[in-house]
Design a protein around this ligand. Structure first.
Ligand SMILES: C[S@@+](CC[C@H](N)C(=O)[O-])C[C@H]1O[C@@H](n2cnc3c(N)ncnc32)[C@H](O)[C@@H]1O
Length: 373
């Protein structure tokens, strides 16, 4: 039995049952043994899943072009690019490489800050980003960001990696319950937690649907993502807050096509539902509720500039950059392949959604775009 299985089993033995969110927290982030703590090569061809970053440098190049365009419109003084969920530092490296080559004058007054709570991951990032050392700084938490922060706070596939609660429907009692995890017959198994779970206001199943919900119909709650977004929004004095991730609108969480929710595991590029097996050996992820994020940002005083698929977001960048200095024409075969993968609806183009909100920017300073499905 692996060390992490031992650790989780001991926790369950002490308490009888633990909420699934605690299982997921330990499986992904237990110091030393958690999936995201013990090795950096989990993303990309040799790992368990692809991200837009692991497709190649083009994704970072496109973002760098857009960031430069935004940052150049901010008045003088230091400007910040803040990344959370930087993992092995690849996206940060792609962005900084492009800025160093194409916008050295901007880079001279830019600080790239990585929000990284884990010292293991911070070490991977420091090693892979040594070439940009003088432009980089690390903080462990959003609360440590500079108070005069004007710039962009961004993340790619951060919030879908936050531990989620799983809420199930008890058909006989017509009540919601929360899923927990027990250890039984040599394996982790699902068990219902006793008591009534605390639920957020948005968690209102449409009445017509409630009549037909199957037993154990399950929905995830990612309160940690909403809280993170709200804190990120409040720490942004002026500029943009951007995230790209797997996700849904609120009403989509009530789809009869998803009776077991969106939680899934990835191992060796295989997606499966055995989320309780092999903790620490496989990625666990659940879709982000973008309606909750939007509301949290607006409540913190932000304005929504864009919400839609990655396909549209990147196409907008390409369109705008064509008249600028971006080398859209003259791409080599590798870049063209990367572009296809990033925007094709059957590849990553519609798998990922983008939410962009801003504070303190007038309409003239940001190209307002709206939900495009
Ligand atoms: C799915 S990976 C995404 C990696 C990378 N952004 C990419 O697109 O290839 C999610 C990353 O977010 C990190 N993470 C989780 N919670 C975090 C937090 N609160 N702050 C910063 N990073 C976090 C995880 O450790 C992991 O490295």
């Amino acid at each position: 039995m692996g060390m992490l299985t031992e650790i989780i089993r001991a926790e369950i033995t002490a308490r009888g049952v633990i909420p699934f969110a605690e299982f997921m927290e330990l499986a992904l982030y237990c110091p030393e043994y958690g999936y995201y703590e013990k090795k950096s090569g989990t993303v990309g061809r040799g790992g368990d899943f692809y991200t837009s970053v692991s497709v190649g440098p083009l994704f970072g190049t496109l973002l760098a072009w857009q960031f430069a365009r935004w940052l150049e419109r901010l008045p003088g003084g230091p400007v910040y690019l803040v990344e959370a969920g930087a993992h092995d530092g690849k996206l940060a490296g792609d962005i900084l490489d492009w800025l160093a080559a194409q916008r050295p004058e901007l880079l001279a007054h830019l600080r790239f800050v990585i929000v990284e709570p884990s010292s293991a991951r911070r070490n991977w990032q420091m090693a892979s980003l040594r070439r940009h050392g003088d432009r980089l700084a690390w903080v462990a938490d959003l609360s440590e960001l500079p108070a005069d922060g004007a710039g962009v706070i961004f993340s790619n596939e951060l919030l879908d990696a936050f531990p989620v609660r799983r809420i199930g429907w008890c058909k006989p009692t017509q009540q919601w319950f929360e899923w927990g995890v027990v250890w039984e017959a040599g394996a982790f198994r699902w068990a219902k937690l006793s008591g009534t779970p605390e639920l957020p206001e948005w968690f209102q199943v449409p009445p017509a649907l409630q009549m037909v919900l199957p037993a154990n119909y399950t929905v995830e709650l990612n309160g940690a993502a909403e809280l993170w977004w709200s804190r990120a929004a409040r720490s942004l004095r002026r500029g943009w807050l951007l995230t790209i991730d797997y996700g849904l609108d609120e009403e989509d969480f009530w789809s009869p096509h998803r009776p077991q929710g969106t939680l899934r595991a990835y191992q060796g590029h295989r997606e499966h539902a055995e989320v309780l097996s092999h903790p620490g050996e496989q990625d666990l992820t659940a879709h982000v509720n973008f309606s909750c994020l939007q509301r949290a940002g607006v409540a913190a005083g932000l304005r929504t500039e864009f919400y839609g698929f990655q396909e549209q977001f990147l196409l907008n960048i390409l369109r705008e950059s064509a008249g600028g200095r971006f080398p859209a024409s003259g791409w080599d075969a590798r870049q063209k392949r990367e572009w296809q993968t990033l925007i094709h609806p059957e590849h990553l183009g519609r798998r990922f959604r983008v939410l962009l909100q801003s504070r303190g920017m007038t309409g003239a300073e940001v190209e307002g775009r709206h939900l495009s499905k």
